[in-house]
Design a binder for this molecule. Structure first.
Ligand code: PMV
Length: 331
């Protein structure tokens, strides 16, 4: 049976950085994100005895080995183990995100794969259990299983059974909310997040301090979201991303994802805010700058961004749904 699923990307407002278990992908800290509409990954999968080896096609390119391939097979193995069968699969995925350019393609990829593969394997998993499997493919994909505002609770158990996604508010909760992703470079980043966070845990003198602040950030941001207090939510998000990048920069060897254009945008957005525009920033493991704002200010912000040279792409994003099944297959 062929099954197709779509998963959206998510952008964390309270970031995940660092694992207490590398294999099960268990984080040291809980995180909270926005699932965003219309950008993500669609995946079709078919398990069949006719396939002698798992075959993975991403954006038209066929993979039969390599990191990406191993990650996909690793996730399929978890599903095959639960479903108690050994058949190989063909998997075709299409990304509507710039793969590994810092726009969370790994999150939507692992979420779409888990969702399609588990159904094709005959498993009927709850979103909690889907998020537990997705987590083992890519940490941030845990949160892409659900829509809207999603927390990934770190859990304390060794087996990871209490480290999963939980929805706080769905995608219809705050229709005015927007994220404008400003792509400043399409180059593949040099340091993947899984490598970078491991280095941070091992060498950054401030990592313990970061962990001490997260619970409070989560309490405060949930309060702000509940009250739809955009300014408060923006302030907490911006502070959290700056703390994350301070960790990265003080890792040995240093991880500096910012490019000159990223820094220019940080200064500009802060200046716009001083002039009265309600705009806040967040960034992930890459040079792209994400602006948090409300719908009423989007045109103004877009007009300002268009005057800046060197920006590769501007993407306006709204809150989006969690994973869903599609009738139209990719092969
Ligand atoms: O799950 P990964 O390995 O793609 O790491 C995600 C790390 C950040 O994007 C920087 C933070 C986050 O919580 O999404």
């Amino acid at each position: 049976m062929k099954v197709t699923a779509h998963a959206n990307i998510n952008i964390a407002l309270i970031k995940y950085w660092g694992k207490r278990d590398e294999k099960l992908i268990l984080p040291y800290n809980s995180s909270l994100s926005l699932t965003l509409a219309d950008y993500g990954t669609t995946t079709t999968i078919e398990f069949d005895k006719k396939y002698k080896k798992d075959e993975f096609v991403l954006d038209g390119k066929r993979y039969l080995e390599g990191d990406e391939y191993d990650r996909v097979v690793g996730q399929l193995d978890l599903i095959r183990k639960q479903a108690k069968f050994k058949s190989k699969a063909k998997i075709v995925s299409i990304n509507k995100v710039e793969t590994t350019a810092g726009l969370a393609s790994s999150a939507s990829g692992a979420a779409a794969l888990t969702t399609s593969a588990s159904k094709a394997a005959g498993l009927n998993l709850s979103s909690k259990n889907l998020s537990i499997i997705a987590r083992q493919g890519s940490g941030s994909s845990t949160r892409s299983i659900l829509g809207g505002f999603v927390e990934w609770t770190k859990g304390v158990k060794k087996d990871g059974s209490d480290s999963f996604a939980k929805q706080w508010f769905d995608e219809n909760y705050w229709p005015q909310l927007r994220v404008i992703a400003v792509v400043v470079s399409f180059f593949k980043k040099k340091i993947k997040s899984r490598v970078g966070m491991k280095q941070t845990v091992a060498t950054c003198p401030y990592y313990e301090c970061w962990l001490k602040t997260i619970d409070q950030d989560l309490v405060e941001i949930k309060k702000a979201i509940k009250a739809k207090d955009f300014v408060k939510m923006g302030e907490i998000s911006e502070h959290n991303f700056l703390k994350l990048h301070a960790l990265m920069m003080t890792t040995k060897p240093p991880i500096i994802y910012w490019l000159p254009k990223s820094v220019e945008l940080i200064h500009l957005v802060q200046a716009w805010r001083d002039e009265g525009l309600s705009v806040y920033l967040t960034m992930d493991a890459g040079p792209q700058v994400k602006i948090l704002c409300l719908q009423k200010d989007v045109k103004k912000i877009q007009a300002r961004l268009k005057k800046i040279s060197g920006i590769r792409k501007i993407i306006e994003l709204k809150l989006g749904k969690g994973v869903e099944y599609l009738d139209k297959h990719l092969f």
